[in-house]
Structures are given as C-alpha cells and as structure tokens.
Design a protein around this ligand. Sequence first.
Ligand code: GDP
Ligand code: MG
Length: 297
Amino acid sequence: LMGFVGFSNLPNQVHRKSVRKGFQFTAMVVGESGLGKSTLINTLFNTGLYQPKEPLPPSAERPKTVAIESISADIEENGVRLLLTVVDTPGFGDFVNNDESWRPIVEDIESRFDQYMEYENKVNRQKLIDNRVHACLYFIQPTGHSLRPIDIEFMSRLHTRVNLIPVIAKADTMTDEEIADFKTRVLADIACHKIHIFQAPTYENEDEESLAEAEEIASKIPFAVVGSDKIVTTPDGRKVRGRAYPWGVVEVDNEEHCDFVKLRQMLIRTYMEELREYTNDVLYENWRTEKLLGMGV
Ligand code: GDP
Ligand code: MG
C-alpha cells in the first residue's frame, strides 16, 4: 500500500484512548417532586442509582430551599467506562413561593464553570476534571395546558448556561392526542419566549441516514417519557420494562408508547459527545468571556 500514511487510523487511536480513560458525563434533572426524575435516571442508565426514599413523616422539618445533590457512578458497558454524575435538585417548584427556585441551580452550574476555569489555569493541566453540567432534563408537568410561569422563568434563566432538554413527565397519564396537542403548545411557548433548547446538530455532507435520525429525534421534542425500573409482563407474555395498568402495559422501550428511546438516543447513544462539545465550545466559552469582561480584563 504505497503512499499510505496511516492517519486514517486516528479515529481508532482516539477511540482506544478514550475507552481506556473512560468518559465523563454530568446530567442534571429539574422539576417538581414526584414527576419521576429519579425513576427516569434509573431507567436511562439502567442503574439503581436512586433507591426509593422513605417519605418524610409529617412532623419532619422540611427544607425550605432548593437543594443540590450530586451522585456519581462508574458504569461499564462492553468494556467502555462511563463516569456518570447526576445532579438532582430536590425542592424545585415545591414551595409556596418559587420565585427564586432557579437561582441555586444557576449558581451551581456557574460554580462548576468557575472550578473548570481554575483547573484550566493550573500549571499542571494533566488531570483536567470536567464537572460541568452537560445536559439538563427539565420535567414538565403533564397538565395538558401549556407551560407555567415557573417553567418559562427557569428555562429563560438557564438556556444560556446549559443544554436544555425539555421532557413531558409521566406521559402515560395522557392520551396520544393530548400529548400531541400539549407538545404543540409547549413548543409555541418556547418559541414565543425565545428559549433556546438543545438541537441535535446536523452537518453538511452528512449521510442521509444520520440526517433522517436527527430529524426523527428533533420531531419528538419535548420528549414524552415514561420511566420504570420494573419488569412487567405484557398480555401477550413478553417481559418488558414498563408500567402495568388494568387496561394494559405501557412499555418504556416501545416507540409506539412513548419517546423514551428517542430521549436516550439524544442524551446517550448519539449525541452525548455533541452535548459535551456544545457545553465546552459555546456555553462555557460565552460564560468565560462574560466573566473576564466583567472583571475588566
Ligand atoms: P421524583 O421525585 O421526581 O424523583 O420522582 P420519583 O422518580 O421518585 O417518582 C415518583 C413516583 O412516580 C413514584 O411512585 C414512581 O413510581 C412514579 N413514576 C415515576 N415515573 C413515572 C411515569 O413515567 N409514569 C407514572 N405514571 N408514574 C411514574
Ligand atoms: Mg427524586
């Protein structure tokens, strides 16, 4: 093979190296208590990251602010390691007055940028730890109406800092028609308030298959999701992840039943690297510029 230089093997080299190092990914979940955030994270990553909590006794002192809790897990699939961190935000939207619910979340995201900038400025940058939030799943209540002021406020405050992925929680509580109508209204609200949500990027000269895939995924936003970490038996005897009802079984992994598969594609199978890249190249870079200008640099 005369004239073969060998750089076409670069993707394999990069691949081998990243596989050895493992991938770091941080996802945040936001939405009121009981919307199925913990369940969906368990379903997405097929882990028992979240164990059911005992409900607080009525007498217990309840927190009055949004808490930020982060859990990490080192998971492996076919020899590929993923260092997954999930940032949970219990308390969001749960209080009588939720005007400032977004604030601790913005602060958390920005403090992770701050920390990253500090690492970058160190003399030894060998071990650059990336704790930035790469995606934020925002859980919308399945009300069937439209976005509420708290949803709009949150997304408007956060969209320049994090990749927003809106999801309609507990989609099994609505009919297909209700979901379709609700999606239309949610998208109209998002457009009207000029909220930027994460879009799967497409490139020129991309093959038709990838373009079709990107379009398919985009057409499902906001993803109507159903979570479950239970295996149930369908009327025709298949064992599936799902939720059983007297009238039948809602299958998590069935695209006819909900958009879980498409969400997983967006977040994990197809666009995880794009989410990381956009966080670094656009969101972090803009924040950094604003910060340095603000300091009069
Ligand atoms: P979180 O407070 O947002 O973390 O919600 P959890 O994941 O703890 O779920 C709260 C309750 O809703 C639990 O009883 C779950 O079994 C249930 N749940 C979770 N996901 C779904 C879903 O997609 N559909 C329905 N109907 N219930 C769900
Ligand atoms: Mg939870």
